[in-house]
Ligand binder design. Structure first.
Ligand SMILES: [Zn+2]
Length: 383
């Protein structure tokens, strides 16, 4: 999830005060927010001093605007989190899903132990609407004998009802699953073999997030294309971090090492800026899908190239959100995928200064990405 959404979610969950600057989701948020982000009343800035992060343009064009209240075809959302905390909030979410056309949502809890059990109890009351995925327990990963205990906990979660694993992160410093982390251990590490193999054996796909958008690794200067977002999540100042390309290579080695295990690369594997490379990785690795979650604003600027990519790899791309539970959030994703609208801003949703465009995907492609690919992946599981 993006930082704005994460903070909103954390506030709702009453967690904000307890969250360290480097959170489970955080890249490296150990940079204080700039003073202008405070809630102090602001005078209208002179055009000479408007900051890029405060720029909120409105489109001047009198062109068609498509309002899509419900997705054209039923959806399985493969990337979401336990945003709703109370039974009431869960009911509201289900109502939103019904209104916008989301049939089922994968709840990536990242959790194990009692934390997982509690989330499972909450969400499993609605088996038609939610699937609950567990995390990994990395305790003792740096001591001899790591493996059997983590596998045992995975089996326990599976027995309880977890049907997949996620979201597991490695932004270049090592694996993380919610509160459990393993600095320096990457997915292709032999210590991970037993876990990945067990996932294959149990028929549990893994939602794996590697790296972060490319501009977070680039110089924080006037040439950085995503500066206003990159700066807040910067990785360019992290010594010893595996870079984006290195993480893609690690992911690929993991895929080759565990052919009986199915992986879902979150957020286009963060190759939204280099979709041709993602295409090659997909072609080389039949046990891989990519979810399109939380990269709508990153692909919206390149609608022609993006829609060609969707056409070429329609069988391997799956819908996801990762952006909360609001109806408007879902509707923005529909507008980008379904419409041919041009140059529209969704600053509230995404926090970039640039305009977006719709891809106008065909019915055939929409059906695959919205539901059919996910349904095939989920149905292929044993157990
Ligand atoms: Zn996520």
């Amino acid at each position: 999830m993006n930082r704005r959404l994460f903070l909103k979610w954390a506030n709702l969950a009453g967690l904000a005060a307890a969250i360290p600057a480097t959170s489970a989701f955080g890249a490296t948020a150990d940079h204080p927010k700039s003073p202008s982000a405070s809630s102090a009343p602001k005078k209208a800035a002179s055009p000479e001093t408007i900051l890029l992060k405060d720029y909120r343009p409105k489109s001047i064009y009198k062109i068609p605007v498509t309002e899509i209240r419900k997705a054209k075809f039923p959806i399985i959302d493969m990337h979401s989190h336990p945003y709703a905390k109370t039974p009431r909030e869960i009911e509201d979410w289900i109502a939103n899903m019904a209104q916008v056309g989301v049939e089922k949502t994968m709840i990536l809890t990242m959790a194990t132990g009692t934390e997982f059990d509690e989330l499972y109890r909450k969400y499993s009351k609605y088996p038609e609407r939610f699937e609950i995925w567990c995390g990994f327990d990395f305790a003792g990963y740096d001591k001899p004998g790591f493996g059997p205990g983590a596998v045992k906990e995975l089996e326990r979660c599976h027995q309880m009802g977890a049907r997949g694993v996620g979201e597991i992160h490695d932004k270049g410093k090592g694996l993380r699953s919610g509160k459990s982390n393993a600095p320096g251990m990457h997915p292709d590490d032999p210590r991970m073999d037993a876990l990945w193999e067990k996932c294959g054996e149990l028929g549990m796909p893994i939602s794996l997030h590697v790296a972060d958008p490319i501009w977070m690794y680039q110089k924080m200067d006037k040439t950085n294309d995503g500066l206003m977002n990159a700066y807040e999540w910067r990785l360019d100042n992290q010594p010893g971090i595996v870079d984006l390309s290195g993480m893609v290579n690690i992911f690929e080695r993991t895929l080759a090492r565990h052919r009986n295990t199915t992986f879902v690369a979150c957020h286009f594997m963060n190759l939204d800026y280099d979709l041709a490379r993602l295409g090659e990785v997909l072609e080389r690795n039949p046990n891989l899908y990519a979810d399109i979650s939380a990269r709508y604003a990153e692909t919206g600027p390149i609608p022609r190239f993006a829609s060609q990519f969707y056409a070429k790899h329609a069988a391997r791309l799956i819908y996801g959100t990762d952006m909360g539970v609001d109806k408007e959030m879902y509707r923005v994703t529909f507008r980008i995928l379904e419409s041919l609208d041009e140059h529209f801003y969704e600053n509230e949703q995404f926090g970039y200064h640039w305009a977006l465009n719709g891809f106008g995907l065909s019915d055939e492609i929409l059906k695959q990405v919205y539901r059919d690919n996910a349904a095939r992946l989920l149905a292929s599981r044993r157990g």
